[in-house]
Write a protein that binds this ligand. Structure first.
Ligand SMILES: [Cu+2]
Length: 148
């Protein structure tokens, strides 16, 4: 029951015209094109986005979302021809050096999904930066990466 209410609430907020992308934070951080892959409860979810910085160098140090029991910043790397991923404590962003979370690299891993991530819905995500603090965005659930 509680989950259903949360889904309904997200649905309403989406229609109320909440910003879906491009939320700006002080000082000078912009989160662009946050998106999540569709996932069922029991699967891991993943969120990608790009952070641009026109202010001071900063670091992404935390991620969370109400739709998962745990969210972690991960980095995928090719090791001996095999794609592996590991949790990372922080990821840097600086002017001219955007932080890109994309397939094959940094990503936000969602463990213990409390609800399915359905195509066309949005997922609230809070990013915590060392200097800029918390930045809330809404990731759109879609199958393909957004066009740049
Ligand atoms: Cu991962």
């Amino acid at each position: 029951m509680r989950n259903n209410m949360r889904v309904a609430l997200l649905f309403c907020l989406g229609f109320a015209g909440w910003p879906l992308a491009g939320n700006a934070a002080d000082p000078g951080l912009t989160v662009e094109q946050p998106w999540a892959r569709p996932a069922a409860v029991g699967q891991m979810g993943v969120i990608y986005l790009t952070v641009k910085d026109t202010g001071a160098p900063d670091q992404l140090v935390g991620v969370k979302t109400p739709v998962a029991a745990d969210a972690q910043l991960h980095e995928s790397k090719m090791v001996d021809g095999v794609m592996q991923m590991r949790p990372v404590q922080a990821a840097p962003v600086a002017p001219g050096q955007p932080l890109v979370l994309a397939p094959g690299g940094y990503h936000i891993m969602l463990m213990g999904l409390k609800q399915p991530l359905k195509e066309g819905e949005t997922v609230p995500v809070t990013l915590t930066f060392q200097k800029a603090g918390a930045v809330a965005v809404q990731a759109i659930v879609q199958r393909e990466p957004p066009k740049p």
